[in-house]
Design a protein around this ligand. Sequence first.
Ligand code: GLU
Length: 460
Amino acid sequence: MAILVKTEQAEVTIVKEYVNDVFEQVKKRNPNEVEFHQAVKEVFDSLIPVLTKNTKYIHHGILERIVEPERMISFRVPWVDDQGNVKVNRGFRVQYNSAIGPYKGGLRFHPSVNASIIKFLGFEQIFKNALTGQPIGGGKGGADFDPKGKSDGEIMRFTQSFMTELSKYIGPDTDIPAGDIGVGAREIGYLFGQYKKIRGGYEAGVLTGKGVGYGGSLGRKEATGYGTVYFVDEMLKDKGLSFSGSTVIVSGSGNVSIYAIEKAVQLGAKVVACSDSSGYIYDKNGINLDTVKQLKEVEYKRISEYVNHHPEAEYHEGCAGIWSIPCDIALPCATQNEIDEAAAKQLVANNVKAIGEGANMPSTLEAISVFLENDVLFGPAKAANAGGVSVSALEMAQNSGRISWSFEDVDNKLQEIMKDIYESSKRSAAEYDVPGNFIVGANISGFTKVADAMISQGVI
Ligand code: GLU
């Protein structure tokens, strides 16, 4: 360390040792949080070249500080089910980093939610949000509540109880939650209603992903899925390829997946499969998106029901098998670690050309290595799925200005943002001698922006 701080340039091996020491501290201080460790490892490994060239980041203790959330809240969420039973879930909000703006990030309602999941998501959000070029810091939250099979009344009572506590910690200039898995338009509506009732004022900018009738932005619903396709399209175009005429697999069937399918089809692709946490459907003629929307956005049903409407399609139990279907482009839009090493090898064996991560951390570290070693174009989550939070920031801007933009305006801005994210990831990758490695490029691009702001603001 003493040597490092005196020179501007350091030896790679010393930097690697230093990064490893900080990572060991992270593991020790956050035992058993494997998803969080994975997210930190991916970012840390990417940063070796930038830390070697610019030792100021080491001198200012940026790594040690950036892995520690500014604040993390955990709280009881009691509610009463339709039978009159008292239930208790655990709610979380991590306010991870506010160097470049107020905390911003979604809420996830899923039984797998715990401190590790919330911290991995919050940590990733810091760099993703910085990459968007918008003034937003990183945060995330949620609860280990399972919305599956719950009535509308149960969802509302749970959500209101969750907000009763969360409302103490959020606000349009401090922390702005939005949706994620299990939190869509319906839940955001109930959350906003409860917040408004508690505060006694109409603070529209406290949540994003609101309905367009009460302060939401046109184009927000579509933004994550469309953005993922826009990002992949940039990667393809650079190689003289395109979506047109290609076969695509999109895992999941929630908000991200639905609009990734929609945009891919608009660009001339055939999307043959999608899934939910129970299984996947394969429709070799191309999925009927209207049916998926009806089942998932309106009826809250399982994807298995798709075959009742389209008997020519196949339904398979279990999600992993979706990656064995031959495709040119794979868009994992379901959840973390859905593509492991075996699935990645299967995709490569089937000649996949590009991967675009619509979900957060859908590929394991081993799967990523398989893609990179085989020269598959790889759009990492922090870059490829940043369209959602980008349009959330546009929603905040509209709320502050008490104005609303047209769908076309928002979609054009989204396309520009995704192009900029692609260009800056590509530039950073080239600058640090790993051309085409958008993981390293995106991580470095997001990191330097946040780290420089942290240095300017002193040790806080
Ligand atoms: N949950 C989304 C994400 O992972 C969106 C967050 C937001 O709009 O604040 O980026």
